[in-house]
Write a protein that binds this ligand. Structure first.
Ligand SMILES: [Zn+2]
Length: 335
């Protein structure tokens, strides 16, 4: 089921439009000046005059206040080699991020050695080191940090993935510290030898690593969503005590949609719109769901300094869908 053009797979637009908090958000974005924004301008002026503060509701203003932030992109469920993946890669490259993290399913459908360079390197080689594929020289140092998805594990032992990438630790789950951010990449597939349950060796490693990290922002990445209002829904075995161990946010994929969920005092994201066909979402969202979207492909831009973490989801057309800021400038779109 390969898509035929750059807009293929977007038949869900409209029905996939924002539910819940999203509808008014696009108008706040600088990415596309909308009629909505012009209509909102007098209201915004009133709010500011009324003392509602220093444009706290504007993610661009929050971004401008960041001091020497680390900036990275998050892509999920992207590894098709098709036009939507190409468009998302172009969006991400235009951000000039310091690095890219994935939420898995890097190489559809079977994680095969024969397809991995077409489905990853074709668009992302500029972030990968060492890179030995067919699409240019690669990066000088590695700036691509994937997690394993179920499709990557469809190849026995996930061997093509493990051969293709050179990653820290045991390469299946690992940590990377960058500026104010500490990335913890997990393997949530049940084929993981060290286990995926809350009491597994992998979970014990994570909790210890989170607790010993001095980073301001501790961010966990895995494929199967602990919480989700998408087609697959929540993954009970992946509901580890992330908050108790010190995580600030958890990023997952697997459901081909975007969702932001406030739960247990931290924020959970689902980001699976990197290139594979979007999924419609369930009619009734789970508890804590703040924003849901499946109408277009896109990626997250994450920016963080020692005070604030800002996360935005943007479509391949440059439309801001949702955002949240944690820390000193904590804010989110109006509900
Ligand atoms: Zn998956």
């Amino acid at each position: 089921m390969r898509s035929g053009g750059p807009r293929a797979g977007v038949g869900l637009a409209g029905r996939g439009a924002l539910v819940g908090s999203g509808a008014a958000i696009a108008g706040w974005a600088p990415y596309r000046r909308s009629v909505r924004r012009r209509r909102l301008a007098p209201l915004l002026a009133l709010l500011v005059l009324a003392g509602c503060g220093r444009d706290l509701g504007d993610p661009d203003a929050i971004a401008r206040r960041l001091e020497a932030p680390v900036r990275f992109a998050v892509i999920g469920d992207y590894g098709t080699g098709d036009a939507p993946e190409r468009d998302v890669a172009a969006l991400v490259q235009a951000w000039h991020p310091d690095f890219v993290v994935t939420t898995g399913d890097n190489n559809y459908p079977s994680g095969a050695a024969e397809t991995i360079d077409d489905h990853v390197g074709r668009y992302w080689s500029g972030f990968i080191a060492p890179y030995h594929g067919r699409f240019g020289p690669g990066a000088s140092s590695n700036a691509f940090f994937p997690v394993l998805g179920n499709h990557d594990w469809n190849a026995p032992g996930a061997l093509p993935y493990l051969a293709y990438f050179t990653l820290p630790g045991n390469e299946r789950y690992y940590e990377v510290a960058k500026g104010a951010v500490h990335v913890f990449a997990l393997d949530s597939d049940p084929r993981e030898p060290d286990g995926v349950a809350p009491e597994s060796a992998q979970a014990r490693w994570l909790c210890e690593a989170l607790r010993s990290s001095p980073a301001r922002w501790k961010l966990v990445f895995l494929h199967h969503p602990p919480w989700s209002s998408g087609r697959h829904g929540p993954t009970p075995y992946a509901q580890w005590p992330f908050q108790a161990c010190g995580a600030h946010a958890v990023f997952a994929g697997h459901d081909h949609d975007y969702e932001r969920i406030q739960r247990d005092g931290i924020v959970y994201f689902v980001n699976g719109l990197g290139g594979s066909t979007p999924y419609a979402m369930q009619r009734f969202p789970i508890q804590g769901s703040r924003a849901r979207f499946y109408g277009e492909f896109g990626a997250q831009l994450v920016e963080a300094d020692a005070r604030t973490l800002l996360v935005r989801f943007v479509t391949r057309d440059g439309e801001l869908v949702d955002w949240v800021a944690l820390g000193a400038d904590a804010a989110e779109p109006p509900q």
